[in-house]
Design a protein around this ligand. Structure first.
Ligand SMILES: *Cc1c(COP(=O)(O)O)cnc(C)c1O
Length: 364
């Protein structure tokens, strides 16, 4: 068998005519920026999440940058975030001149360590960015309590968490602002770059609507130093069509995760989902000490895997100026040294999942 880590072609082939039509519709209109398709997708996405406002932007990275900017964060400010995340979380803070302040991870959920967050709050802290790693919801209640107590904002990096929920409330609802990425491989993926910022706050909504569009309040009248970061009509049309399949895809991912866990939990350590939460299983992450050997063993059996992520942000060359050392965040470092993502997408057949399970069981 040959089971790639990810296979977007299967998804496209299943829905080819619907997706081709959605693109064709835009081409026939010849209207490409800030039109009906985006307005409709923003409305549909807001309804799907249960938030008041969604603002389409160019990417998840842009969404994080603009979200922090709309909170008035800039030079001299500190933003708390996990060191075990994708680099874009930190880039958003440092790109606008703020300081990323890293914290360690929880050894079971691999998400931000709440006790470590509290120890890092100073009078310069302006925001906390919990990241729902792999789609697994962070424990938002204590994070929101801390934020309230210290009067800091919370921005959810929900770039991997489309459709994940806690007690039936979708992630993206819990904080001042939340950010989603529609990078092609995400559970809801565009055919290019795209992202979304969501909020229940009208003031942030109005500000972000300006910021993404040259800071203009109306054509050729500019109130703020905005940027060009818009989700284009072709991507919006594709995403609106794909949104209809998101829940089915997430349900299938949950089925697959259940199989992996049931068969393998006695041999491998899995990322844990907090009680009351539902993951969208963007990633299925296990920890293995002999990772390199397992990767080779699986590759020889035709099974693709990936490492999310091999290097924590405090050890990345780009953040050398923050003066961190190996050993500063032992849990995150261990996760980065041992984590392995297994094939996880709705189009995997039961036979394929069974094959991956068998190979993982026979690994010695
Ligand atoms: C994908 C991702 C981003 C960045 O999104 P882009 O759309 O690729 O810019 C940010 N944070 C996390 C956790 C992500 O997984």
């Amino acid at each position: 068998m040959n089971i790639p880590f990810f296979d977007l072609k299967r998804q496209y082939e299943k829905n080819k005519s619907r997706l081709d039509n959605s693109i064709g519709k835009v081409l026939n209109k010849q209207f490409f920026i800030l039109g009906d398709e985006l307005a409709r997708f923003e409305k549909d996405y807001s309804e799907y999440l249960g938030v008041k406002y969604s603002i389409g932007v160019n990417s998840g990275t842009d969404g994080l940058i603009l979200a922090l900017k709309s909170l008035g964060i800039g030079p001299g400010d500190e933003v708390i975030m996990p060191t075990y995340t994708f680099v874009a979380t930190a880039l958003a803070a440092s790109w606008i001149g703020a300081k990323p302040v890293f914290v360690d991870s929880d050894p079971d959920t691999f998400n931000i360590s709440i006790t470590d967050v509290e120890s890092k709050i100073t009078n310069k802290t302006k925001a906390i960015i919990p990241v729902h790693i792999g789609g697994a919801p962070c424990d938002m209640v204590p994070i929101l309590d801390l934020a309230k107590k210290h009067k800091v904002k919370v921005v959810e990096d929900a770039c991997q968490a489309h459709g994940s929920s806690y007690k039936d409330v979708k992630m993206g609802n819990f904080s001042d602002l939340s950010v989603f990425s529609f990078y092609p491989s995400k559970n809801l993926g565009a055919y290019g770059d795209a992202g979304m910022v969501c909020t229940n706050n009208e003031k942030y909504f109005n500000n972000l609507t300006m910021l993404r569009n040259y800071g203009q309040i109306k054509k050729y009248h500019h109130l703020e130093e905005g940027i060009n970061s818009r989700l284009d009509e072709i991507q919006a049309a594709i995403l609106r069509e794909k949104l209809k399949d998101l829940d089915d895809g997430n349900n299938r991912r949950n089925q697959i995760a259940e199989t992996y866990k049931r068969k393998l939990v006695s041999k491998y350590k899995f990322q844990e989902i907090i009680s009351g939460a539902l993951s969208n299983y963007y990633l299925l992450i296990i920890l293995v000490e002999e990772r390199e050997r397992l990767i080779k063993y699986l590759a020889n059996s035709g099974i693709g895997t990936l490492i999310h992520y091999p290097v924590p942000l405090h050890l990345q060359p780009v953040y050398k100026y923050l003066d961190h050392n190996k050993g500063d965040f032992p849990v995150a470092e261990k996760i980065c040294n041992q984590c392995l993502s297994l094939p996880m997408y709705p189009e995997l057949s039961d036979d394929e999942v069974g094959y991956v399970v068998d190979k993982l069981l026979s690994f010695k």
